[in-house]
Design a protein around this ligand. Structure first.
Ligand code: SF4
Length: 346
């Protein structure tokens, strides 16, 4: 299989160009096109025809094909469905905040983590994405929206720390001045709590914000919602959070999706406050979406408010996540799942 053109970095591109007896400055020209979301060599208008042909022969220049885009009529959010060369499907989301534009990137086609509330895992696992496939999601969306992407969050389909090396390579490429030039402080990586990788991440990328999907204040409840909690108890998870905070000057984010009658009671809010009161953190409360095929249902707004009030009384910074793209999304992974079911039934 040919390497995907977005997986080339400046060094690998320059060494390929020198084999082609082409000047090294062509690498900068090619990367500039890729950064602008143009992987088709025929459209790289400042390259000679012979080089365009050589690129087409040597590399996969297709990679991600846009299958579908859904636009929110409410707030400018767009959801993208891309098909990879091997037929796997991933989702990415473009969002607009007061502080700039952001892309939510998928790191795997599907997920093996088995969180009970998540459509991405119900649709099964395809494979890990390469760093180039993650990079291309951002570049192609930037081109489609004709704007610079200011921030990225790795919170789409997949557990990024299951694909650790490619994740780090992607973050480094996204940060590089000759690639997307997005500052590490404008990046967030979300994990369901893979402790060894969290500890490594604290050393490899302390500038990047870590978001930990907690969803429960104790092991008993967390194990009901997330199988990963059987592997690493909450004390170990919070220990890894402390290590990250010691290495980083960032604040950690805890994601907490609220499910009616499961994890949204006052007792759970008090227990959560006790667990995390000494951590430099912020809690993102997520009014959960109903996920077809599960009995979990969203907490009513008054429960969400009561939960937030308790954390605030304990001086824990806490916000209720703004539901961007409410009219198009439902939970992450659902669109992919629906598309695959559609394909299987035809
Ligand atoms: S919530 Fe995240 S880690 Fe859990 S199954 Fe879904 S994609 Fe995987």
């Amino acid at each position: 299989m040919k390497p995907y053109i977005y997986d080339l970095n400046k060094d690998s591109l320059q060494s390929w160009l020198s084999q082609q007896k082409q000047p090294a400055y062509r690498a900068g020209q090619i990367l500039a096109w890729l950064n602008q979301g143009v992987p088709d060599p025929e459209k790289m208008s400042n390259l000679p025809q012979s080089l365009k042909m050589a690129i087409s022969e040597a590399f996969d220049t297709r990679g991600l094909t846009l299958l579908q885009r859904q636009d929110s009529a409410e707030d400018g959010t767009s959801k993208y469905i891309f098909q990879l060369t091997d037929g796997n499907i991933v989702e990415s989301v473009f969002m607009i905040y007061k502080t700039g534009t952001s892309v939510c990137v998928s790191s795997q086609a599907g997920c093996q983590m088995g969180c009970r509330f998540c459509a991405s895992t119900q649709a099964g696992f395809g494979r890990n994405l390469t760093a180039g496939e993650m990079l291309a999601q951002v570049a192609l969306i930037g081109r489609d929206k004709a704007c610079r992407i200011d921030k990225l969050v790795v919170m789409g389909i997949g557990e990024p720390f299951e694909n650790y090396e490619q994740l780090i390579c992607f973050l480094n490429q996204a940060k590089a001045a000759d690639r997307l030039g997005i500052g590490a402080r404008h990046m967030t990586v979300s994990t369901c709590g893979l402790v060894p990788q969290m500890l490594k991440f604290a050393e490899d990328a302390p500038q990047v914000t870590l978001a930990v999907s907690l969803h429960a204040p104790n092991d008993r409840l967390r194990r009901q919602l997330m199988p990963i909690a059987k592997r690493w108890p909450i004390d170990e998870l919070l220990g890894a959070c402390r290590t990250y905070l010691e290495n980083s000057n960032r604040r950690l984010t805890f994601e907490y999706a609220l499910f009616k009658g499961v994890n949204d009671g006052e007792e759970q809010a008090e227990e959560l406050a006790r667990r995390i009161h000494d951590l430099r953190c912020h809690v993102n409360l997520i009014p959960a979406n109903p996920v077809p095929g599960t009995e979990l249902s969203p907490s009513p707004p008054e429960r969400v408010r009561a939960f937030q009030d308790i954390l605030t009384q304990h001086h824990i910074p806490c916000t209720v996540r703004r539901e961007l793209g409410r009219d198009i999304t439902a939970a992450c992974g659902q669109l992919r799942r629906r598309l695959e079911e559609h394909e299987q039934s035809h």
